[in-house]
Design a protein around this ligand. Structure first.
Ligand SMILES: [Fe+2]
Ligand SMILES: [Fe+2]
Length: 356
């Protein structure tokens, strides 16, 4: 076990100057034997006991570039109260590769205040601009023809300030796909685009407006299923109810509001349309054992399920390939997909070295 660097115990915690807490080292770039001196957000923290009976801590440190494991071997009891999930900490230590995985052995840490960090350095975000995504989304809403479906889309996506605010920030998941800021909106717009093409392709056999509405609403419950101010996690409502039922509840409430406001709808919201949009949301996971209480029972529901599955896998695999650091043309093993992926040119590091 390594001893802490000399002077480590004596150096007062307050010595870290504010300017030094800015982010210059990123998790993704850390390599074997690198000296680490950088702030991170703690994604995961757990106390464990080694074979020798000594306590140690397992951490996952994150920033917008990705994440890296951390270990605290020394002074564990003192650090346990500081190195907690969702905390910003200054970390000093060393990166090493252990059993093929990079980890930071932490020699020193200090809790940072929120005003000492730039939160956007710690949360990965969509490569696409949320405002541009939002106007694309509204473009699809404006193109709808059915007055009831369109009014419902507007009531949720345009007129509800809480939805609009959360939609521009929410990730689509805790992990796996679109798991970054504005990821849900990116997923919604991507799906709407694909559904739009398919509606043209299959013509009269598909209800384009119902499909689009399904694309907008299938995951809308995630706005409250997940908390995402810092590390993304499930809320109590998310754990107990889940985004499918939460989405249906929102649709139900909005339709009741529309029906009660004179002049919002040409006629009361038709029962069949209400049932169909709820069905699309409830059936979008496709199978009972994936959390859908009903399997898709109309073409629109089946297509929404398949497009949702496709869009989330394309994003998940693309992200996996992008973040892979294995030298050569093949990624490390994807545990989720139980295979290695071939890395195309866009995923290969540039040859030019430092400047690239
Ligand atoms: Fe979903
Ligand atoms: Fe989805």
């Amino acid at each position: 076990m390594k001893a802490a660097p000399s002077g480590y115990e004596k150096r007062p915690m307050t010595q870290i100057a504010k300017s030094s807490t800015s982010k210059t080292q990123f998790a993704r770039d850390l390599k074997d034997k690198d000296t680490v001196a950088s702030p991170f957000l703690i994604k995961f923290s757990a106390l464990a006991v080694g074979k020798n009976g000594k306590p140690f801590m397992n951490l996952i440190l994150m920033d917008k570039s990705g994440e890296i494991e951390g270990k605290i071997w020394e002074d564990v009891n003192r650090h346990a109260g500081q190195a907690v999930r969702d905390a910003f900490i200054w970390v000093e230590g060393r990166c090493q590769v252990y059993q093929g995985r990079r980890q930071v052995v932490v020699n020193r840490l200090q809790l940072l205040r929120e005003d000492e960090v730039e939160p956007k350095d710690y949360l990965a975000e969509s490569a696409l601009d949320p405002e541009a995504l939002y106007s694309q989304l509204l473009g699809f809403v404006d193109s709808m023809k059915d007055p009831h479906y369109q009014a419902l889309a507007q009531a949720v996506l345009k007129d509800d300030p809480e939805v609009v605010d959360r939609m521009k920030r929410a990730p689509a998941a805790k992990a796996v796909h679109h798991a970054y800021k504005s990821g849900l909106l990116e997923h919604m717009v991507s799906i709407a685009g694909i559904l739009n093409h398919l509606a043209g392709h299959y013509g009269k056999y598909l209800d384009r407006d119902l499909l689009l509405l399904g694309g907008f609403f299938h995951d809308i419950g995630k706005l409250w299923e997940l908390s995402f101010d810092r590390v993304t996690d499930y809320t109590t409502e998310g754990k107990l109810i889940g985004h499918l039922v939460m989405g249906v509840e929102l649709i139900d409430r909005k339709i009741r509001e529309l029906d009660s406001q004179p002049g919002r709808l040409p006629t009361p919201f038709p029962e069949d349309k209400k049932l169909l949009i709820k069905h699309l949301v409830l059936a979008h996971h496709g199978q009972l054992d994936y959390g859908s209480p009903k399997r898709p029972k109309c073409l629109e529901a089946l297509i929404l399920h398949m497009v949702d599955d496709m869009d989330s896998k394309v994003n998940a695999i693309r992200t996996f390939i992008e973040q892979d650091q294995t030298p050569g043309r093949w990624t490390a093993l994807s545990r989720q997909y139980e295979r290695y992926f071939y890395k195309p040119d866009w995923a290969m590091p540039e040859e030019s070295g430092e400047g690239g």
